[in-house]
Ligand binder design. Structure first.
Ligand code: DCM
Length: 139
């Protein structure tokens, strides 16, 4: 029998994604990489570092990617399991200061409820649309 191969190391962290809503519009960001995701739109965010809370990860990622300060972090939608073992989670955050800029994305767009239904989201984020609609309608 062949010797058992070492199993690939599973990453266990969280990937955080931010729903920033201002005046009934949600901020979406267009990815530049990897090639299979380039051109698709997402809630901005990224991988939490070891020992970092979700809120700290959101604050760091949005500072890096958009040049803004945010606060808060109420969960939106369901967990999305990623193939590498991480879990992707969306949070509603408030803009504290700054104007979002596409520092790490191709482009940014503020979408209303109708536009949210028409834009090409990355597959992982599509399940959040019903919850995002509720937030765009109600709050
Ligand atoms: N990701 C996603 N949707 C988001 C944010 C991230 O599907 N709103 C995924 C893409 C990558 C992983 O999470 O597989 C890490 O994101 P990044 O490449 O932006 O660091």
């Amino acid at each position: 029998m062949p010797e058992e191969r070492a199993r690939p190391v599973e990453n266990t962290g969280e990937v955080v994604a931010a729903a920033i809503i201002v005046d009934g519009r949600l901020l979406l960001a267009q990815r530049t990489r990897p090639p299979e995701l380039a051109g698709l739109w997402e809630l901005p965010g990224g991988k939490a570092e070891a020992g970092e809370s979700a809120e700290d990860a959101l604050r760091r990622e949005l500072r890096e990617e958009l040049g803004v300060e945010v606060s808060g972090g109420d969960r939106i939608g369901d967990d999305v399991p990623l193939p590498d073992g991480r879990v992707l989670r969306a949070y509603r955050v408030q803009l504290v200061s700054g104007t979002p800029a596409a520092l790490d994305h191709a482009e940014l767009r503020w979408v209303d409820e109708r536009e949210l239904g028409e834009i090409d989201l990355v597959g992982n984020d599509r399940g959040w649309v019903p919850d995002l609609r509720l937030h765009l309608n109600g709050r």
